[in-house]
Ligand binder design. Structure first.
Ligand code: ZN
Length: 154
């Protein structure tokens, strides 16, 4: 079986930045599963996996425009502390889910804290990075109707 739309694919991966630093890895964990064609993973990696089969090793460098996007300084905002209702203390590095005006949920990261102002960054933590994936395909199967309906594997 080869990877195509409506395949549920499980793979092990190591993600390395251009500086050679390991950013993420499934080593020691279960393989990551995704539903092909449903934008569960970054577009550049999804494209590179089309037609692959179990046991294949795929190495691909994904540019930011096919990864987590270019870094956009317009996504850095300063907000008053009372924008974080129900949170006792705001610290640098904390992450929150926020909704943009279009209703899309994004993750924002606190990058600076002062008494009357909190700086948050709405860029994905890996925005602007080239993503060097080293992937080994572990399992491929057809998605169930329910999985196709939900747009993710179960
Ligand atoms: Zn579901």
């Amino acid at each position: 079986m080869n990877i195509k739309d409506k395949s549920v694919v499980s793979f092990h991966y190591t993600l390395t930045g251009d500086d050679g630093k390991i950013l993420d890895s499934s080593e020691g964990k279960d393989p990551l599963s995704y539903l092909h064609g449903s934008k569960n993973i970054v577009p550049g990696l999804e494209k590179a996996l089309v037609g692959k089969t179990v046991g294949d090793n795929v190495k691909v460098a994904v540019s930011p425009d096919e990864g987590y996007g270019e870094y956009d300084s317009a996504l850095i905002q300063k907000v008053p502390p009372n924008a974080f209702q129900g949170v006792d203390q705001i610290d640098v590095g904390m992450q929150f889910h926020a909704q943009d005006p279009q209703g899309n949920v994004q993750v924002i990261t606190v990058t600076e804290v002062s008494d009357n102002e909190i700086t948050v960054d709405g860029n994905h933590p890996l925005a602007g990075e080239t993503l060097n994936f080293d992937v080994t395909i572990e399992k491929i199967r057809a998605a169930s109707e329910e999985e196709l309906d939900h747009g993710h594997p179960h």
